[in-house]
Design a protein around this ligand. Sequence first.
Ligand code: PHE
Length: 485
Amino acid sequence: MGKGGRASWSGSLAFVIAAAASAIGLGNLWRFPYLAAQYGGGMFIAIYLVLVATLGFALMTTEIAIGRKTSQSQLTAYSRLKSGWGFIGIIGTIIPILIVPYYCVIGGWVLYYLKAYTHMAFTGVNIMGEAAADSGQVFSSFISAPFAPFGYGMVFILGCAAVIVMGVKNGIEKSNMVMMPILFIMAIAISLYVLFLPGSAEGVRYYLVPNLDCVSTPDGKFSIVLLCKTILGAMGQMFYSLSLAMGIMVTYGSYTSKSDSIEKCVRRIEIFDTLIALIAGLMIIPVVYMFAVKTGTDVKQAMCAGPGLMFITLPKVFATLGTAGAWVGMGFFLLVVFAAATSAISLMEACVASVCDIMAIDRKPATFFTTAIIMFLATFSALGYGAWKHVKLYIFDTVNGQQFLDFFDFLSNSVLMPVVAVATCVFVGWVLGPKAIIDECESNGVTMKSKGIYSLMVKYIAPALMVMLLVSEICRALGIGGWSI
Ligand code: PHE
């Protein structure tokens, strides 16, 4: 990589932790719980688990093996494997460049909440008002303020850049070793606290027991269309949560050693990521459920408030916990800051590695260059709800237009990521052949246990499912066929 030789992890554990740190992010803590609540609790969880173990396994193995085989970041990895297929890497490189700026802006929002709750915990001053009655007002005035969202976003970006510039071993690995254990301990502590709250059992049941309402029509008949929606919802979440189709796993895979077992590493990364998603559900769903019952709000509506769930509903929920609420809130937002930071670092690293590979420059100048671009792009998302709220993009939503942040989110997650995933499966399944990836996985001399399922997935099932996901996302964006999440 660059002029100084390719970086590497200090071992397979460091790699697993780094990849899990990338995977565990806002998607686990905020998106998974609300999708689970929306799509029938245990039913969604069961579908999600099957998808992670099959489709997720195949896609993650493919990406890591491509990175290790070529020792390249994704920008150059695909063309190295076969000329004419470099376009996958090029589109794939655009994705983290689109995601990282707005992800950091949301990281800045979380930072602001961490500061607010820390202040609250130590001084008792509650900026959210009595019973957090003003939490909606606090959130909207923060995101629409002329400078604050920009300032917090920039602090978040610079923090991540400081880790990246220190390198793979000294920066990424070391920061993960601090943040990830704290994140785990915090998540377990908060979920235990929630489980022991009087009355939480009802909420836990709501979360874990399969509910067939989400696959039934209002008159109680089973609907295959609704089942497909649930599966596609779980699939989109799996993609996002495992940080797939955006080059991160290719880049991280390129730092692994030939003696590591890719298959084992992938299984471990998936277990970590899924565990945190499940724990996040236990932290959030029972308390929101109890809150909804207490205030007479519809549970589904309370759970599906989008970003409002984390920034508006949860502060109200924390307020019901009395004096402990400020401390629980502080612990929760610290956990979210760490989860968002480790994910943003991986996204930024994917960009920096591509810059190093294509321009043949060192990590330091590549980091400065990339950070400057990210800061520039983040400005649009940071100011998009405030100073620039009159500016809307009428490309996909031709009626209402989209804010910058929503537009970047849609373009990357709903369009480009499924495109990259389909192209990767076609390339690996039909052009390169699954054997090339299986050989790479077996280069440590150990037979790959799931090679049968891997070939089946990458050749037939994954491309078909990915095409369905892409079509459904586009229909949803264009408002065709009543798709809505
Ligand atoms: N996987 C992360 C999550 O669950 C999200 C993410 C997206 C991370 C893109 C890196 C890149 O939140």
